[in-house]
Design a protein around this ligand. Structure first.
Ligand SMILES: Cc1ncc(COP(=O)(O)O)c(C=O)c1O
Length: 456
C-alpha cells in the first residue's frame, strides 16, 4: 500500500465488547459510532493542516450530508476544536440549518457554510434570520445558480447590515473538461447538474460586482468517493486555471477563499482511506503560489471523518443453504443501509458469533448476506451480478454481523421502505454508551397519516 492510503483499524476488543452490551440493551439492527475513531480521523486532518500551515490556511467543515445526527455533529465539532482545527460545518439544506440550530453547546467560534441545491427567497431569509442571531463566527453562502445569485443580490443590503464582517459569499464552479461515465460522480462537464460555467459564471460575478461585492470565493465539489490523489490533483488544477482566468478578466475582483469541497474516498473493500496529509500537501502545492498572501482554503470532508467510525449491527435470522451458495438473511436491509443497493458498493463484514463454544471454521460454500426487504437486489455483502459471493466464517441463526465503515451515508440515507422501522443510533465514548436516536414504535409508520380523510 502506498502512503496515499491509510488502513482502517480492525474491530478492537473493546469495540466488540461495546457491541455486545449495546445489542443486549437495544437489540438489532443498530447503528453504533465509536467516538475514538471519529477523533482519530479528525486528528489526522488537524495534524495535516498544522503541518502545512506556514504556506496555506486550511479550514475544515464537516459535511452534514454524510451524517446529520446532532449529537455526533456536536462531538465532531468539539474534536475539531481539541485538535487545533477551527470548528466548521457544511449545511446543504434548510433541514441541516434547523438541526444545527437545535444543538446545544456548540463551539462559540463556529464556521458555517450553507450551500443548497435549491435556494429561494424564504430559505435565504431564514438563513439570515437564524445566522444573524447565532454566534457563528464565519458564515459562507455558496451560490450555485444564476437564480440564486439574483435572489442573493436582492437580499444583500439586508445581509450587509446585519452581519457584514462575518459574512462571505462564493460561487460554485462546474469545470468544463472532465465528465463522468457514472451518474454518482457526475459533477463536472456539460451534463453535470451543479455549478456555474462559462457565461453563467461570468454573469453571476458581474451581478455580485454590480452590488459592490469585490471579494468572492470559488468552490468546486470534485466528485464523490475519489480514491486517487492524481484525480483530485487534476480537478484542483482545473479549478486553479479557472480562478486565474476569472481574476484576469474581472479587474477589481479579489479572491476571498477557495473551497475544494470533500470527496476524499474510502476503499470499502480494502478498508483504507485517502491520506489527509497527502491531500493537504497537494492543496498547498497547487494553490499556495496563487498570490502573494497565504490563501484560505476550505475543505468539506464528510465520508472520511465519520465513515470509519460507524458499524451497523444486524442479527442473522435465516440461512438458506443451496449447496453452492448460502444466503445469510439478516434483520436489516436496503431500507436501513442503502449504499450496496444504490451504488453497488459492498462493505466488509465481521461475524460476531453468539455461541461461544462454537468452533470457528470457514464455510465450504460461498455466501451472500442479504436483507429482509422484498427487493430482489437487497444484497448487503457479496455482489450477485458479478457472481462474487464472499467467504465468511461459519454463522448460525442468532449470530451478529457487523457491517463496517458505515458511519457516512448510512443512517442518513435510511427509509421505511418495505414497512421497516429505522434503526436506533448509539454513540460509544470510552466505557459510556449513549442512545443518540431511539428506535421507533410501529405506530411511527402511521405518524403522519391522519386518522380519517382530511379534505383540503
Ligand atoms: C458540496 C459538497 N461538499 C461536501 C460533501 C461531502 O463529501 P464527502 O462525504 O464525499 O467528503 C458533499 C457530498 O455530497 C457535497 O455535495
Amino acid at each position: 500500500m502506498s502512503d496515499e492510503m491509510i488502513k482502517i483499524a480492525e474491530l478492537r476488543d473493546s469495540e466488540r465488547e461495546a457491541i455486545q452490551k449495546i445489542v443486549s440493551k437495544v437489540g438489532t439492527p443498530v447503528y453504533i459510532y465509536f467516538q475514538e475513531r471519529m477523533e482519530e480521523q479528525i486528528r489526522r486532518f488537524g495534524d495535516a493542516v498544522e503541518k502545512f500551515s506556514s504556506d496555506v490556511e486550511v479550514q475544515c467543515y464537516f459535511a452534514m450530508l454524510a451524517n446529520h445526527n446532532p449529537y455526533l455533529i456536536r462531538q465532531i465539532l468539539q474534536a475539531m476544536e481539541d485538535n487545533g482545527l477551527s470548528p466548521g460545518v457544511l449545511c446543504a439544506s434548510e433541514g441541516h440549518l434547523r438541526i444545527l440550530s437545535r444543538i446545544s453547546s456548540l463551539p462559540r467560534r463556529l464556521n458555517i457554510i450553507y450551500s443548497d441545491a435549491f435556494l429561494d427567497e424564504s430559505k435565504l431569509s431564514q438563513f439570515i434570520h437564524y445566522l444573524s442571531s447565532s454566534e457563528a463566527y464565519t458564515l459562507i453562502l455558496i451560490l450555485q445558480t444564476l437564480q440564486q445569485t439574483e435572489i442573493f443580490t436582492q437580499k444583500w443590503p439586508q445581509i450587509k447590515e446585519k452581519m457584514s464582517e462575518k459574512f462571505h459569499v462564493g460561487v460554485r464552479i462546474k469545470l468544463v473538461g472532465s465528465s463522468s461515465k457514472d451518474i454518482y460522480s457526475l459533477y463536472h462537464g456539460q451534463n453535470a447538474r451543479f455549478g456555474l460555467m462559462r457565461n453563467n459564471l461570468q454573469e453571476a460575478l458581474s451581478k455580485l460586482k454590480s452590488c459592490g461585492i469585490s471579494q468572492v470565493g470559488f468552490h468546486i465539489y470534485p466528485g464523490t468517493n475519489i480514491l486517487y490523489l492524481s484525480e483530485l490533483e487534476s480537478l484542483y488544477n482545473g479549478l486553479l486555471q479557472t480562478i486565474q482566468k476569472i481574476l484576469t478578466y474581472n479587474s477589481g475582483l479579489e479572491l476571498d477563499f477557495i473551497d475544494v469541497g470533500g470527496g476524499f474516498g474510502i476503499n470499502y473493500q480494502k478498508r483504507e482511506f485517502l491520506n489527509p496529509d497527502k491531500v493537504i500537501e497537494i492543496l498547498k502545492n497547487i494553490f499556495s503560489p496563487l498570490s502573494d498572501k497565504k490563501e484560505r482554503i476550505l475543505i468539506e470532508p464528510g465520508r472520511t471523518i465519520i465513515g470509519p467510525a460507524g458499524v451497523l449491527i444486524a442479527k442473522v435470522v435465516d440461512i438458506k443453504d443451496e449447496g453452492s451458495r448460502k444466503f445469510v438473511v439478516v434483520d436489516t436491509g436496503l431500507s436501513h443501509f442503502a449504499r450496496p443497493y444504490i451504488y453497488r458498493q459492498y462493505h466488509q463484514v465481521q461475524v460476531i458469533p453468539q455461541n461461544e463454544r462454537r468452533v470457528k471454521t470457514n464455510w465450504d460454500a460461498d455466501a451472500f448476506i442479504v436483507g429482509i426487504t422484498m427487493a430482489s437486489g437487497d444484497f448487503l455483502a457479496g455482489d450477485p451480478l458479478e457472481d462474487a459471493p464472499i467467504k465468511i466464517e461459519r454463522v448460525e441463526i442468532g449470530d451478529l454481523i457487523a457491517f463496517l465503515d458505515v458511519g457516512a451515508y448510512g443512517f442518513c440515507m435510511s427509509s421505511n421502505f418495505s414497512g421497516l422501522l429505522k434503526p436506533p443510533e448509539v454513540l460509544v465514548e470510552g466505557k459510556n454508551y449513549y442512545l443518540v436516536r431511539e428506535r421507533k414504535e410501529v405506530g411511527y409508520l402511521l405518524a403522519e397519516v391522519p386518522l380519517c380523510l382530511k379534505s383540503l
